[in-house]
Design a protein around this ligand. Structure first.
Ligand SMILES: Cc1ncc(COP(=O)(O)O)c(C=O)c1O
Length: 454
């Protein structure tokens, strides 16, 4: 795997998921890497490392492309929702709301962040396969649409929702389409912890019809993530239209069809995901066709992109520290972060692209392994990666870290989380402060009996 040699001359400006680097990436006259008009090494010096950087232009462009493509290709109403599990913070929620997006949340924390970030309850859907009473109550009180995942949800909501103010609900079911990254299978039943089994759906729809507190307005299915093929979503439209028709026949005032997220992104040069526009076009056509065939009015079309919306707007900057040469085997360079700020490589063996921020065009490549600083041998961010010769003190930018990095981060080894800055038009704003080691003690309680007496 080669490092990023030049800055992607064939950038797809309208579809950030098809580029490795943020679309505002450029090389300055002094041959340094700039994103959002800001020199990355200057950001690293000012805000410290590791540092998450979000490029506002890339994120807004992805939002606008989803919006415009839905308007262009889908003749009915539509509402794209940001899957906030990909990266939840006040600033990101506020940005996506300002672009007309709704949001999907899976916990009270994500709901609270969205609401405080300015997303209206009516534009939020609440998922989860084990929602608590308190979470459901919070969602209900904030007029959030609740996605029924199982009977446990129904039993809890019976106690929360009233006939006078029915809960707005969607029903999630497993559609029998399973996606692995580059292949998919269709089965009758799926071994999934999410959603109702297809065989249960009819009886659940009939049961819900009896409850005045339940206002079922939509259906939901999500088939996987980092998907490069479009056929699984075409099949999904057909399966969902069948269930949509069934729900109508049973008498539900159903109007929303939510096909989930899943569009893939380019992490490394060999990744070739469809563009956002292509994905929306194909899905729109499939939904329209399935509705025509089943004689259904067009539903409001919802989708829930996470990764394809935010991943490519994000970069993580690290500082390179220790070097270790294992003769004849490999050269390790260790950075000041790793699996606590990006658990994807150790969890899924995910691949990334990277470059030296002040030598982005150097081509005197050597094969190196970039290791994290945590006490796990598997804490490696880039394995056998070709980088221009580097030394301790160089800054490294890892691309495509805007999704499932901060949101999956931890304090493993009591390492504080990095700060996040948003860049655009040469300006930089702090949107999440760096945690400090003292912050990690905030919630610890030391019982008196452990305090030394002398
Ligand atoms: C229900 C649901 N919707 C949307 C998403 C977002 O998927 P992606 O980030 O692949 O677009 C996920 C991710 O797992 C999900 O579980």
């Amino acid at each position: 795997m080669l490092g990023l040699k030049a800055f992607e001359p064939n950038r797809d400006i309208a579809s950030p998921n098809r580029n490795i680097a943020p679309i505002s990436s450029e090389i300055s006259e002094s041959k340094k890497l700039l994103v959002g008009g800001c020199q990355l090494s200057e950001l690293a010096k000012k805000y410290g490392t590791p540092l998450y950087v979000v490029d506002e232009l890339t994120l807004r462009t992805a939002c606008k492309t989803y919006m415009n493509s839905l308007k262009k290709h889908y003749p009915g109403d539509s509402l794209p929702l940001f899957a906030s599990k990909a990266n939840s913070s006040l600033a990101i929620c506020a940005l996506i709301a300002s672009e007309g997006f709704g949001l999907d949340a899976v916990s009270e924390g994500e709901l609270l962040t969205a609401l405080k970030g300015g997303v209206k309850g009516k534009n939020i859907v609440f998922h989860g396969n084990n929602k608590s009473y308190a979470e459901l109550d919070f969602a209900y009180k904030n007029n959030v649409t609740i996605v029924l995942d199982n009977n446990h949800d129904i039993q809890l909501l019976k106690k929360i929702a009233s006939d006078k103010k029915p809960a707005k609900l969607m029903l999630r079911f497993t559609p029998g389409i399973e996606c692995h990254t580059h292949e998919y299978i269709r089965t009758g039943h799926l071994d999934s912890k999410f959603g109702f089994d297809p065989d249960e759906v009819k009886s659940v729809l009939e049961q819900l019809k009896k409850y005045k507190w339940a206002n079922l307005t939509g259906l939901h299915a999500h088939i996987g993530s980092q998907i490069f093929e479009v056929q699984p979503h075409i099949d999904l439209a057909g399966v969902m239209a069948d269930t949509f028709r069934l729900a109508k026949e049973i008498g539900h005032p159903i109007a929303d069809l939510n096909i989930g997220g899943g569009l893939g992104i380019k992490y490394v040069a060999s990744d070739d995901p469809p563009s956002i526009d292509k994905w929306i076009e194909v899905i729109s056509r499939a939904v329209v066709k399935a509705c025509e065939e089943k004689n259904l009015d067009l539903p409001r079309l919802m989708c829930e992109p996470g990764r394809s919306l935010v991943a490519n707007s994000g970069i993580t900057i690290y500082k390179i520290g220790a070097k270790k040469i294992v003769p004849g085997i490999r050269t390790y360079f260790s950075v000041d972060g790793g699996m606590s700020d990006n658990p994807r490589p150790i969890t899924y063996q995910s691949l990334y692209s990277a470059c030296l921020v002040d030598k982005p065009l150097d081509s005197n490549f050597e094969k190196v392994t970039i290791a994290g600083k945590h006490c796990e041998s598997g804490d490696v961010l880039l394995n056998d990666f070709f980088l221009p010769s580097c030394e301790s003190g160089d800054f490294l930018a890892v691309f495509g870290t805007g999704a499932y990095n901060y949101s999956m981060s931890s304090n493993y080894n009591r390492i504080p989380r990095p700060a996040t800055v948003m860049v655009g038009e040469g300006c930089v704003e702090l949107i999440q402060k760096r945690e400090l080691p003292e912050d990690l003690l905030q919630l610890d309680v030391l019982p008196d009996r452990f305090i030394a007496k002398n």
